[in-house]
Design a protein around this ligand. Sequence first.
Ligand code: GLP
Length: 258
Amino acid sequence: MKSKAVSNELKKNIKVIICDDYATISQKAAAIIAGVVSLDPECVLGLATGSSPVGMYQELIKKYEAGELDFSKVKSYNLDEYYPIDPENDQSYHYFMDTNLFKHINIDPANVHVPSGNAEDIEAVCDEYEKMINEAGGIDIQVLGIGNNGHIGFNEPADAYDAKTHLVDLQESTIKANARFFEKEEDVPRQAISMGVGYILNARRILLVANGAGKAYAISAALEGPITPQVPASALQLHPDVTVIVDKEAASLLKEFC
Ligand code: GLP
């Protein structure tokens, strides 16, 4: 796909909030999700793993414990999962979501969804996943982190965007980046199931969180570079309602959004 320069008109749809530190990013992001849940207790959340949203999940847990939030009717759908991996494996994204959020709030376990990392018929599982989300009314707000190489979900830099939920071959840089969560690099699965970029863009709102200098390139390429599948997050420039919450380090290469 040919890349194209982005007009300022499109960029008006992206709001960038630059924070002093990770704690503030987490509080601001949690406030947005809390607003969505409060306004519509039956909302559909698109959730993400990785270290970036962990602080936001902790803030949401605090709000739940303070009696400010009720998740009993909320539905959630996660972006991605390693493949192959057992949901019980403590490196699975199922396990991550349980330990970092679900088991601390009153969300109904029947309402939480993470792509199946041990599916046999992957294509059927991917189709079914999207069908479930569509039947739930689509995602009201999709939380995203961003990979150092600009990936969102597990959509790696490529020659074309993947629209649908699909099986991905992870790139060496992602395997290396995610090795910090595993005992050794060889343990990182080489594949994953991920919502495609096209499907992510169906969400009504998008909330991306990123912190640290390691994300500076990805953030600037995503928000101010050309729209290209080589930087999967650059497709967010095409979405009508994106909020990006970053610290000064992650924002350090931005020119127009400062
Ligand atoms: C993984 C996840 C992404 C996440 C990225 C960044 O590859 N699949 O959804 O955004 O890591 O992770 P972190 O927030 O730990 O930097």
